[in-house]
Design a binder for this molecule. Structure first.
Ligand code: AMP
Ligand code: MG
Length: 416
C-alpha cells in the first residue's frame, strides 16, 4: 500500500492534464458524423452558389418588358421544373412554366407567380405587372466561388453542415473524436438490468455515468465490462483498454486501500504518472498518467467524486483533443446566504442550486454533500468552489462556481 505523497491544487491538476494532452490529428469525416466537431481548416466555396439563376416561386418565366402592365395574354411554350432546364428560350409574348428551383430560361428576366395570372394552362392572362428580376434567385447570391465560407475552429452544427453540403463537400476536415474506453472496478459491482443484488453488492452506475459524460463532450466512447478487484483481471482489462483508446477512464480502486490496485497496475503496464492526488473534495485520489498516445484517468469510485472529476478533468481534455475552444463550462460568481465552512484543507466543490436575485446568483447547497449521494447530483445546477486556502466563506462573499446546467442560468438571466 502506498500513501499520497503530495496533493496538488485543482488548478494545477487541470493545467497538467491540458499540458499533457494534445489535439488529435486531422481527419476527414462524413458530414453525418461532423456535428459537434471543430473544423480543422478553412473551407472555401468551390463555385458560385446557387450555381445558376433560378426561380423562387411556382409560375411563369417571362421577359419583364412584356409584363410591365397587367392584362396581356402569354403563350406557354415549354416548362422548367427543378432539375430539368427548358429546351428553348422565351421570346416576345411567350412564357415558360417554371417551378421553384427551376433554371431561368434564356430570354427571361422575371418570374410571375401563378397566383398573379389566370392560372395554369396553354396560355394565361397576366393579372399583375412585374419588374425585372422579380422572383428570381441569382447565381452566386448565397456564396461566391473562392469565398472562405467556414473558418477553421468553427464548431460544426446543422447550418455549417448544410452550407458544406451545398458546395458538394461529402466530408469535412476535423479534429477527430477521441476514442474513450470507460471501465469500472470493484468486485461488488453488478450490471444493472441483469439480476438482483446479493448481500454486499451494488449496481455499477459509474461506467454508465462516465460514458454519458464522455459522449456529451462529443467523444466516441464505449464501456468495458466492470472488472473485479482481482489483479490479473484488472490488468488484462486495462491492457485491452489502453491498446484501443485515446483516453481510458476508470473508476474505483485508486485510493490507498489494499484492494486499490489501479495505480500499481497502470505503472506495471508502462503508464507514466503525471499526478496522483488532488486537494479536492470530492475527488482526492484522482490519478492521471500517459502512455504514448493514450491518456489515463483513474477516477475515484464514489459516484459523485467520479462524475465531478470527469467534469473537472476529463471533459476539458476531451474538448482539447477535439480542438474545441469552449473547453470549460461557464464559470460564474455566486454567493451564499449564510457562512459556509471548509475545514477539509482541500477545495470543496459544493453541489448547489442557483437562483437569480437582485444581488446576483444565490447558491444554495442541495443538501448533504456525501460523495456517494448520487441523487444530489440530479439536483445540482453548479459546483461552487470553496478553498483550499480559505477556511470557508462568509455570507454574501463572492464564490466561483462552475455551471453544470447552462439552461438554468439562461432561463433566469436578468432582463435589462
Ligand atoms: P473504491 O474507490 O473502489 O474504494 O470505491 C469507493 C466507493 O465507490 C465504494 O463504496 C464502491 O462500492 C463505490 N463504487 C466503486 N465503483 C462504483 C461503480 N462503478 N458504481 C457505483 N459505485 C461504485
Ligand atoms: Mg473498489
Amino acid at each position: 500500500m502506498q500513501l499520497f505523497e503530495k496533493l496538488i491544487d485543482y488548478a494545477q491538476a487541470v493545467r497538467l492534464v491540458l499540458e499533457n494532452t494534445a489535439r488529435l490529428p486531422v481527419a476527414w469525416v462524413p458530414l453525418m458524423d461532423a456535428r459537434g466537431l471543430a473544423l480543422a481548416e478553412d473551407i472555401a466555396a468551390r463555385f458560385d452558389s446557387p450555381p445558376f439563376d433560378n426561380s423562387a416561386v411556382d409560375g411563369y418565366a417571362v421577359r419583364s418588358a412584356d409584363a410591365a402592365e397587367a392584362g396581356r395574354t402569354f403563350e406557354v411554350v415549354d416548362e422548367a421544373p427543378a432539375g430539368r432546364p427548358a429546351r428553348r428560350s422565351v421570346g416576345e409574348g411567350e412564357a415558360i412554366k417554371i417551378f421553384t428551383g427551376g433554371v431561368i430560361p434564356e430570354g427571361a428576366d422575371a418570374v410571375v407567380m401563378v397566383e398573379n395570372t389566370s392560372g395554369w394552362g396553354e396560355e394565361f392572362e397576366l393579372k399583375k405587372a412585374t419588374t425585372p428580376g422579380s422572383n428570381l434567385r441569382a447565381a452566386g447570391e448565397d456564396v461566391r466561388e473562392g469565398d472562405i465560407m467556414l473558418r477553421a475552429g468553427t464548431e460544426i452544427g446543422a447550418p455549417e453542415i448544410a452550407l458544406a453540403a451545398t458546395q458538394g463537400y461529402g466530408e469535412l476536415p476535423v479534429y477527430r473524436r477521441p476514442r474513450v474506453v470507460v471501465l469500472s472496478t470493484g468486485t461488488e459491482l453488478v450490471e444493472p438490468g441483469t439480476r438482483d443484488l446479493s448481500p454486499g453488492e451494488i449496481f455499477d452506475s459509474n461506467s454508465f455515468a462516465l460514458l454519458a459524460q464522455a459522449r456529451e463532450a462529443g467523444a466516441d466512447a464505449r464501456r468495458l465490462y466492470a472488472a473485479s478487484d482481482d489483479a490479473d483481471i484488472l490488468k488484462s482489462a486495462m491492457e485491452e483498454a489502453l491498446a484501443s483508446a485515446d483516453v481510458v477512464v476508470t473508476s474505483g480502486g485508486v485510493s490507498v486501500g489494499e484492494k486499490d490496485l489501479v495505480k500499481g497496475t497502470l505503472l506495471d503496464l508502462g503508464v507514466e504518472q503525471v499526478f496522483w492526488g488532488i486537494k479536492l473534495k470530492p475527488g482526492k485520489p484522482v490519478f492521471f498518467g500517459t502512455r504514448e498516445g493514450a491518456r489515463f484517468f483513474g477516477l475515484p469510485g464514489n459516484p459523485v467524486s467520479a462524475m465531478v472529476c470527469a467534469e473537472l478533468f476529463v471533459r476539458p481534455a476531451l474538448m482539447k483533443m477535439m480542438g474545441r475552444k469552449d473547453r470549460h463550462r461557464p464559470h460564474i460568481e455566486v454567493y451564499f446566504d449564510e457562512d459556509v465552512e471548509n475545514k477539509f484543507g482541500r477545495m470543496h466543490a459544493i453541489r448547489v442550486t442557483l437562483n437569480r436575485t437582485e444581488r446576483g446568483w444565490r447558491a444554495e447547497s442541495v443538501g448533504a454533500q456525501g460523495s456517494g449521494l448520487v441523487s444530489s447530483l440530479t439536483k445540482a445546477d453548479a459546483l461552487a468552489l470553496i478553498g483550499p486556502e480559505s477556511e470557508g466563506v462568509r455570507a454574501g462573499e463572492p464564490v466561483e462556481a462552475i455551471v453544470l446546467r447552462e439552461e438554468v442560468v439562461l432561463a433566469q438571466r436578468p432582463v435589462n
